[in-house]
Design a protein around this ligand. Sequence first.
Ligand SMILES: *Cc1c(COP(=O)(O)O)cnc(C)c1O
Length: 864
Amino acid sequence: MKAIRRFTVRTVLPEPLRDLEELILNLRWSWHHETLDLFRAVDPALWEAVRHDPVRLLGEVSPERIGQLAADRRFLRRLRDAGDELHDYLTTDRWYQSLGGAPRAIAYFSPEYGITATLPQYSGGLGILAGDHLKTASDLGVPIIGVGLLYRHGYFTQSLSPDGWQLERYPPIDPNGLPLTLLREADGTPVRISIGLPQGHDLHAQVWLVRVGRVPQLLLDSDVEDNDQAARDITDRLYGGGGDHRLLQEMLLGIGGVRAIRAYCRITGHPAPEVFHTNEGHAGFLGLERIRELVSERGLAFGEALEATRAGTVFTTHTPVPAGIDRFPRELVRTYFGGVNEEPDVPVERILELGAEDYPGGDLTVFNMAVMGMRLAQRVNGVSLLHGEVSREMFGGLWGGFDTAEVPIGSVTNGVHAGTWVAREVLELAAREAPAVLGSEDGWDQVRQVDEEDIWAVRRTLRARLVEEARRRLRDSWRQRGASEAEVAWIDDALDPDVLTIGFARRVPSYKRLTLMMRDPDRLRALLLDPERPVQILIAGKAHPADEGGKRLIQDIVRFADGEDVRHRIVFLPDYDMSLGQSLVQGCDVWMNNPLRPLEACGTSGMKAALNGGLNLSVRDGWWDEWFDGQNGWAIPSADGLSAPDRRDDLEAAALYELIADHVATLFYDRDGGRAPRRWLEMVKHTIAGTGPKVLATRMLREYVERYYVPAADAGRAMAADDHAGARDLAAWKQRVAKAWPGVAVEHVESVGEDRMNVGARLPLRVVVALAGLDPADVAVEVAYGRVDDADALADPSYLELGGPEPLEDGRLRYVGDVPLERSGSFGYSVRVVPRHEGLATRAEMGLVALPPAPQGMADGVLR
Ligand SMILES: *Cc1c(COP(=O)(O)O)cnc(C)c1O
């Protein structure tokens, strides 16, 4: 049944039940069990039938039941309590309110959001992370405004053909049947956002407002009557089409998104964002729109507006997989931002430079959205320590001349929103036995005191619930694939609530290797059917609709799992979404992950499992590389040095089978006479106590606030003060420095006393540099020193600024300083000149460096 319209809901509810509507319109319910209980109480059977969707619940509940509730004093009391509780949650001070000088508002842009399964506006990790980010911002009181698109068909619904091939459906959503409201002007007319198109007409959009606790989320929607059909279809589906379609989506998200924020702040009086956080390149055009604003409204030149914009922008890169990075033909971008659509004083050539791969190995015919994102943001980060490293390697060309370690890309390891992903039973056990952990990142050692039998009882409950849920989904899938009632009878006994349960659920790009576990089918069969220590495996995942290879992998799994000998122990559950994800991460004993290292930027599903008392069995990639400690799960050895992919898969699969048989299953079934596996539960407790607090999204968000948002706001304020004097100054300075830089040189390096080198001594240096007319204050002359490797490269050097510039003839300068000899063994040093300005966030920011003529500089300084 199609959901009824929201205004109809409003008229149906009698006065005493009005608060229900406010509760439904704030998605806080998606992580608040008491509110969900209240919805269930409206009509428990219907609540199950509408799959926990409160808007549908109200649309379908009978008028008689509504009448009963309106007269039910107990229900009304609960309703009032829930309303009061929500009001308190929305208005009382939280962590962020204790900070001084933090940004008044932060805009967060993402092409997808996973907030609840009833709002299918996500495809995978990026969207789920964005949803968790908003919810956590709400919990911590961080004043974020979320910006995205509302896709009329969301992401597809997956089912299977009789022979196991993925089928996709795009059921349309009706925004009126979702917990959204239209953003309206004070006079009630819906807000209209428009952006220019090259054909000379405009693309229009309306804006839906979603309340995620305290956080407003704005979703642009081009399906409005002012647009022709093609324009109406721009927001038809997530990551739809190629070329133009995708580019238009991203223009609407970035440019339209900034305009939607301006409208929202104008209408509501909300403070304007001081920081803009761009998730992946897709939203990158937001920087161009802010440049345009400053140029046309404040009279700044392009370069000045660029500095002002960059200072307050944070860019997060989310993938090292090239296919995950948006690249458009350069000429397409020229078409859309040039011609009649070119803004005065925002020349299309300057825009094209921002996305140009003008570094060794780059492709000059493309416009790279990640590259533009990095040039439009002064602060850039990856999403785990390892991914930070990989990103510095991958994008190092943008800062040529600097060692990879100095490439200004940091990292904030992702986290997960506990309220969304942790099973209620686990939260209740924690509230009883380890209350310190709730809402905190400290005191988690309390978990170590919890009785193992209690934990085991909860784990059994969650596993049994997952088995029930899996049977229901399996039955639906078999019926849908054409099986008769008799043919699905076996499913009543499929899976077993007491068997070691392994989960494997993820999108199906090739690097995630869905079918690695089937490398040796006989070996897998033996593990599943082991008479003493059987395992059962639950698998889920969607292949991208255009990815035939991925669909073939799914088919391989399904065909294997259809086998009569194993089908009670291995199942493929179609339509992986947040709801299935919740059941899986809560009910599985082991969460398995075998990506091709290092292509998993972070991964978050294993974190969700860990918080629920699951153990990870994973290749050391993403977050697991960082926090695997030898006792919180198992590391599948990675043969990532091997270039032969087949051989690599063979080796890693063999290691996986061995780990499962000899370690995982052995430990799980080691009952030591008792009911609960004591040593297993020791590992579970160790995982929750040690790893639990690290994987929380609250930890992640605090890091973003402290390490990225606050410094970005400070930098943005410094640029904006006094009618943007800071931005004007920095732009002029950068131009002057860049122009002079080819003449900057380290001409001579000289040290005395290299024959008496003892630890603790200091090596005096004299360095002659040419500054090509720059002022000494414009540069730093630094000595880099430390251990050298066999190729005479400085490994992880320290830097020390040289002092005393003393003018010599011809405008040259002499710098002096002492190199501290801090360690014995091979030691070396080199010297460099880098630009220096208080508006720069790092030495490497401009990508400019002058080094001594090679190899003399290093050879001189290497001592053996
Ligand atoms: C958590 C989650 C993801 C992301 O998990 P990965 O570990 O990155 O694969 C994707 N989809 C759903 C439904 C999730 O819940």
